[in-house]
Design a protein around this ligand. Structure first.
Ligand SMILES: C[S@@+](CC[C@H](N)C(=O)[O-])C[C@H]1O[C@@H](n2cnc3c(N)ncnc32)[C@H](O)[C@@H]1O
Length: 163
């Protein structure tokens, strides 16, 4: 193999590592939230002492923030490498698996940065599993079926509450 071919293969593997959940129809591809947006939402809610789930927690940036703000963080991640890095970084409960199969009955706050069609699927799960009063924070995209309690258009973050 030539160095160029090796480079192309490595680039392909790296791209696949980020996008495979989307290509496989499991959820959003990897991208990172704005920490300012997550911090704004967590401050509004007051996450101290609350159980905060990040569904599709990636490398754990948001979970680490939630922990720093005094929350009890729980991550769920489909990709094994992201799961491992997140678990090592956050030193909290991080489940390797599918967020659609993760029960959410004990969640006080659910954080998501997914994709509009994925948010629609998650909305059904929230309707069935979240307790009344639980919050959902969505970065970038809206979530149907929940009461919007706050929205920061500049930071592109939505805060909902289950009624
Ligand atoms: C846009 S990233 C968000 C990462 C992190 N939550 C953040 O906001 O910075 C979406 C993450 O969801 C993960 N993901 C996609 N589908 C999933 C599923 N069905 N179950 C668990 N994780 C999933 C991807 O692997 C990716 O790491």
């Amino acid at each position: 193999m030539t160095p160029l071919a090796i480079l192309i293969v490595l680039a392909g593997v790296a791209i696949l590592h980020f996008v495979w959940p989307f290509l496989a129809g499991r959820g959003g591809a990897y991208s990172t939230s704005s920490l300012r947006a997550a911090a704004w939402a967590f401050e509004k809610i007051g996450v101290k002492g609350k159980k905060v789930y990040d569904l599709g927690c990636g490398y754990g940036v948001v979970l680490a923030l939630a922990k720093k703000m005094g929350a009890v963080p729980v991550g769920v991640e489909l990709d094994p490498l992201r799961w491992l890095i997140c678990a090592l970084r956050c030193r909290c409960k991080v489940l390797l698996g599918d967020m659609f199969k993760t029960p959410l009955h004990d969640a006080d706050v659910v954080y998501i940065f997914q994709w509009p069609s994925v948010n629609e699927r998650l909305a059904d799960k929230f309707a069935k599993e979240l307790r009344p009063g639980a919050y959902v924070v969505s970065y970038m995209w809206e979530v149907p079926g929940l009461r919007l309690v706050d929205h920061n258009p500049r930071l592109r973050v939505y805060v909902y509450q289950k009624t």
